[in-house]
Design a protein around this ligand. Structure first.
Ligand SMILES: [Zn+2]
Length: 295
């Protein structure tokens, strides 16, 4: 087993993979089916690659922004006919834990939703342990602003030596006052683990009924989402943070940005952004080589 220092070494600027093979099972949010996820070590410069082990032959689906084909409700990667849905919460945990290279086998179409946050994946990666690899971690350093917009929504990356976030959601709701709709922080890995990783996804009870009627959100429940009606949070335990919803949008953005394949040195500034704009932002950055350099 790796030592405690090895497990907690993500700030070292080396690439890391998992020390051991570990598995978990959970429910898929949309299909409602049980999914087994197995995390395996991978070599340097491999990145995070999902493998649909239920297909014959198995299909590898790398966590790359250019493979994102659907962004409604979750971020979905597609290679040929093989899909991997809802990758963002797992990828955010990889960023927070300092995991660069891993093979992630799933035996169904969707990464399990677990409790709706990244925390169960953080525990899984910590259980596996991390090992430092003999190659430096590369960062994408943003050197000129890059911005995407849609109506009044926007997402932008601004030059910064630290990964910082400034995210505002527009959520006119009696249970979520305006002061809990904005998150600004430096997102060093330990800050992600402490302040962001436990923030759960959320939805409205009337939306859940509508989604179930069209075959989505079959696995959705108050076990894996914050559920609100018109007036209040319905979960008996309430919110994990007063601004849990805004923090979850930051969690989603951390996962979506890791589809660049590398961590970014930039300030992520967004208003009402979601998976669609986050993916457009990744693609805009990749299409603008003058806006970034390797660090
Ligand atoms: Zn999410």
């Amino acid at each position: 087993m790796p030592s405690e220092e090895t497990v907690l070494a993500p700030t070292k600027d080396q690439q890391h993979t998992v020390a051991n093979v570990v598995s978990t099972t959970g429910v898929a949010l949309h299909s409602g089916l049980r999914v087994k996820l197995t995390l395996k070590p991978a070599p340097v410069d491999h990145g995070i690659v999902f493998r649909r082990s239920d297909l014959s032959p198995p299909v590898d689906v790398p966590a790359k922004a250019e493979l994102v084909k659907e962004t409604r409700l979750a971020t979905t990667l597609v290679v040929d006919d093989a899909k991997v849905q809802t990758v963002e919460h797992f990828l955010a945990a990889c960023v927070g834990c300092g995991l660069d290279n891993a093979l992630v086998e799933i035996d169904n179409i969707e990464v399990p939703i677990m409790d709706g946050s990244s925390a169960p994946f953080v525990f899984l990666i910590e259980e596996a342990g991390l090992v430092a690899q003999a190659s430096a971690r590369k960062y994408i350093e943003v050197i000129a602003p890059i911005r995407v917009e849609s109506g009044d929504k926007f997402a932008e990356l601004l030059p910064s030596q630290q990964f910082q976030v400034d995210f505002t959601i527009d959520f006119a709701h009696p249970a979520i006052p305006d002061e809990h709709c904005r998150v600004t922080m430096d997102l060093a890995p330990d800050a992600f683990l402490e302040h962001i990783s436990r923030a759960r996804t959320f939805g409205f009870s009337f939306e859940a009924d509508m989604l179930r009627a069209i075959g989505l959100a079959q696995g959705g429940s108050m076990e894996n989402a914050v559920v609100l009606d018109e007036y209040k949070v319905l979960n008996r335990e309430g919110l994990r943070f007063a601004d849990e919803l805004a923090r979850h949008k930051v969690l989603d953005a951390v996962g979506d940005l890791f589809l660049l394949g590398y961590r970014v040195k930039a300030k992520y500034h967004a208003f009402k952004s979601g998976h669609d704009l986050n993916n457009k932002l990744c693609r805009a950055l990749m299409a603008s080589p003058d806006s970034w350099r390797w660090a």
